[in-house]
Every structure is written in C-alpha cells, then in structure tokens.
Design a binder for this molecule. Structure first.
Ligand code: FE
Ligand code: CA
Length: 529
C-alpha cells in the first residue's frame, strides 16, 4: 500500500510521486520484477511447515554461491497455501552444521508473483570452501543445506569430482541415482536437462504426476512441486551446489526455439514457454539476475574450477531452428531419411550469439580441461538400415552443419583436453568426437561422455544394436540401465564411471558401475579404464 501523502504536499509534487510510482509499477510488471509495493508480512502463525520443497544451492563461483528455497506450505495449491502478499524470511550461512557462529545472514522478501521463491546470491565468500546454510520463517526452520564455492580462477587444483545427470521422469522410476549422488563427496552436480517432464507415458506409471500436461504458470509450478516433493531429489540438492542447463521437457517435448509440436501459433507457444521458464526459475538455485523476461531467459553460462577446468553450460533449445525434413513449422523429432534442408548453413542449435560467445571463450581459455555441457549427444547416433541412412531429426545429427561449425571452432581453438558432456538420449555413451562423424580417417577433436537417464526409459536393445553397429565413434552405448555419470578430473586424466541400475521401478535399487572410461591428458579420445 502506498503511504498517504502528507497534507502539506503540493498537488504537482503529489502527481510527480504518483507518476514515479506508476512508472515503477509498470516497469515491475513489464519485467515481472520481484519488487512489490505491498509491505511484507510474516509467515502466518497458523501456517503448516513452509519448507516442503527443501533447500538448494547453485552456480558456485570463487567468492559467491546462490541459495534457494520456496515457501510453500501446500505446494500443490494455487499460491502454495500462502496469502497473496510478500513474506519476509531469514537466511543464514555458517562454517559448521550447528550454526554456532553464522558467518553471514540476512533477510529476504519472497514475492507472491514469484511463487514465494527465494534466490539469495551470497557474495564475498572464501574460495574452495564448504558452507552450511538454512532459512527461517516465523518459527519454522528449513532443512540444512551444504554448499561449496569454486577455487580461485588462478588456483592450482588437484581434483574436480562431479555427477553428470539428466532425464528424471517422475512417473517412470524412483530416484535411486539422486540418493547415491546425495551421499557422495562431490564438488557439484551438473544437471543437463529434462529436470521435469511435462508429458506422461501410460506404459510406465509407477507414481502419477499431480495433473494433466501443464501449459500455464500454475500448471508448471505444480509440476515442479511434484518433483521437489521427492525426498531423494531434495537430498541431492541439499548435499551439493548444482550447475544447470535445460533441454526440451522443461517446456514441451522436442520444442525448438519458438516452434512447438502441439501449437502452430508461435505467439501462443511463447506464452507457454514464458510460464515454463518462470516456473523453472522459481524452483531452481539460479542467480536472481537470471529471472526470465517474458519468454526469454539466459541460462547459458561459464564456470571455472581453478586452473584445472573451465565449463560452459550451453542452451541447445531456446535459440534453435525447427527440426529439418519436416513441415518447417511444427517442431518434433522424427526418424527421417536425410533431406536437402540438413545442408542449409543458416540452421543453428545455439543461435549465432551463443556460438560467438562460446567460440571466443574457448579460444581465450587458459584452464586445462575445457568442458562443454549441453542437453544432448554431440557424437553421431545415426541408423544405417537396408533402406539407407536414417537420422533422428531432434538430435545433433539433425543439425550437421551447426555441429561441424562447433567442431571446427574446437579444432581451430588450438585447445586440447576438450570434453563434451550431454544427456537426453537415455543411454550411457562414451564416444570419440571426430571432425567428420564416423570417419576413422578424420581427427578426434574431443571426447564425449553422455549420461543415461535417472529414470526415463531408453531405446530397445534391437534399436541399440543398429546404433552400435552404425556408429563406430560410440565406443560404449547402453540404454538398458538408469543412472548418472561420475566424473573426475586431474592434471593427468579425466575419468568417467557410468553408475547404473536395471531396476528404476525398485524403490531400494542400488547402482553399480556399468563401465569406466578415461581420457588421458593431451590425447583426445576415450579409453576403457
Ligand atoms: Fe529425457
Ligand atoms: Ca530431451
């Protein structure tokens, strides 16, 4: 509520103040700003426990980290079971789990138009240091999270260890992989997409989503809440900072830029994309400055881990052209025979701006390992059939010229120790990335590890047999097990342990090591470990 103007205020002055307020409000509406004119209130005394969705941290930098939670006593209700007002809460960060002497603390006003989500970027921290954090609202204390800052950019670092994960369809399995991730000693979790699924497959429905396919902000909020209500997922967030990029299912299967598979009118689809991006922002530990502006949200970013590694999280969805060899308007991955459109040099996956940004960053990088994380498999996954070659038009095989541009920029950067990381295809893959795919005479410019899905079902063995014989660049490819990849970097090697279970429907499933691969420093290509 605006304060009443003092009686002595001149009419012109009053109009000026009101004008400023109106302009600020218009701006706030335009950018969906978290600043609301309403005065913050405390959590209602009779509120049920508000930290049902847990806590999380993310985007670790040498001196900062982002802390996240969301106040939602009844997370599947519209408004989360809270009044339509800003609510004040507190956060604390400490070196010890008992918070005997908090190092930093502050208050935050959670806004109803952001689903009472909390994104606190704590700055001025020590590098390569573990911290504990928690939130409080009224009498309620949140669970305790643990996080860790990155080493200083010029610091020598002996080891980096992280989990690479993707594709956690809630209906199709239990999060045994997240449970194991939560218990591990890791620097961070790198999640490369399909954090939620908008759609269902009635064949695999171990535990149903809360409702139908979301298309509105309330719908996407409820879907994110369903995922966060899983205790294993919350544990993995509380245990480690996360680095994130997204793939398609955070919005809609196989969407491509402004193109949708269900909605032919881009304007209508962009409204849906805006809702999905906002709900994504509200539920993940990303920087406050990343809040979407309408249907646009910049998620691609760059991280450093001392002199040992530099990592780019890339956005392969928001800026991409529609899949080739279709009708040119509606999105959708299809298995197609190659068509002339594939050779169009204008077609892009990252968009020209992100491509330039990545190219410049790669050329300038002074870190030893260069990690490119994006949603899918970069190395080829074509099918050679008796009727000729078939490609999946949503994968990188459907954007061959864009891939060649990326690979040439890798080759021309003069950099070695390039590691590509991906997800999406629901199979563990270790691959050699050649300038010309599947051409043994073409040089290997990078090595690739793709993680299988945490729960989402993979291709049949028959289809995998065709893929394995058609793609000599894939040294390892198995879609029969669910899990994640454990990756460790040192000055001498990068190693990958493909953790997996054949039993995603078993609540107590334990993961085993499906295969181990290594990349020797200075030598591009994957080797069985
Ligand atoms: Fe997926
Ligand atoms: Ca996907």
């Amino acid at each position: 509520m605006p304060r009443p103007a003092p009686r002595t205020m001149h009419r012109r002055q009053l109009l000026r103040v009101l004008g400023r307020q109106a302009a600020a409000l218009a701006l706030a509406n335009l950018f969906g700003s978290a600043r609301s004119a309403a005065r913050p209130v405390a959590l209602p005394a009779d509120s049920p426990y508000p930290f049902t969705l847990g806590v999380a941290s993310g985007m670790p930098r040498p001196t900062s980290v982002v802390l996240w939670t969301r106040l939602a006593p009844r997370p599947h209700e519209r408004g989360g079971g809270l009044p339509d007002a800003p609510i004040e809460l507190r956060w604390e960060l400490a070196a010890d789990e008992r918070f005997a002497a908090p190092l930093r603390s502050g208050s935050f006003v959670a806004q109803p138009d952001r689903a009472h989500s909390v994104h606190v970027e704590v700055e001025g921290l020590a590098s390569a240091t573990s911290y504990f954090y928690r939130f409080s609202a009224g009498d309620a204390l949140s669970p305790i999270g643990r996080t860790r800052t990155a080493p200083a950019e010029d610091a020598p670092v002996a080891r980096l260890r992280f989990a690479l994960a993707s594709c956690q369809h809630y209906e199709q399995g239990w999060y045994a992989g997240q449970r194991e991730i939560a218990a591990r000693d890791l620097d961070f979790v790198l999640f490369v997409g399909d954090y939620i699924y908008e759609s269902s497959n009635p064949r695999y429905r171990l535990r149903p989503h809360e409702g139908p396919v979301p298309t509105t902000l309330d719908g996407y909020r409820a879907r994110h809440a369903t995922y966060k209500l899983d205790a294993d997922l919350r544990a993995a967030h509380a245990a480690h900072p996360w680095l994130l990029t997204w793939d398609d299912h955070e919005v809609e299967n196989d969407y491509a830029g402004v193109h949708s598979r269900s909605e032919l009118d881009p304007a209508t689809f962009l409204r849906r994309r805006a809702a999905a991006y906002q709900a994504y922002f509200e539920h993940l530990p990303v920087a406050p400055a990343m809040a979407p502006q309408g249907p646009a949200m910049r998620i691609h970013d760059r991280y450093t881990w001392g002199r040992l590694a530099e990592l780019w999280t890339l956005d392969a969805r928001q800026y991409r052209d529609v899949q080739a060899c279709g009708d040119g308007a509606s999105a959708g991955g299809r298995v197609v025979a190659p068509c002339a459109e594939l050779d169009d040099p204008r077609r892009t996956v990252f968009g020209p701006e992100q491509e330039r940004w990545l190219g410049a960053g790669l050329a300038a990088s002074r870190a030893q390992w260069k990690l490119l994380a994006q949603g899918s498999q970069l190395s080829p996954g074509v099918a050679e059939t008796p009727f000729g070659r078939r490609i999946h038009s949503d994968g990188w095989d459907g954007y061959p010229i864009a891939r060649e541009r990326l690979l040439r920029s890798l080759a021309e950067s003069g950099q070695r120790d390039l590691l590509c990381l991906g997800g999406d295809v629901h199979r563990h893959v270790a691959a050699n990335v050649r300038l010309l795919p599947n051409d043994r005479k073409s040089p290997i410019v990078a090595s690739e590890f793709v993680c299988t899905s945490l729960t989402s079902r993979g291709l049949s063995e028959a289809a995998m047999d065709v893929l394995r014989t058609s793609n000599p660049d894939m040294v390892h490819a198995r879609s029969d097990e669910r899990g994640y990849a454990l990756i460790e970097l040192s000055a001498t090697a990068a190693s990958c342990d493909f953790r997996a279970t054949p039993f995603p429907a078993l609540a107590g499933a334990r993961l085993h090591s499906q295969a181990r691969f290594a990349v020797e420093a200075g030598v591009a290509g994957v080797q069985r470990d």
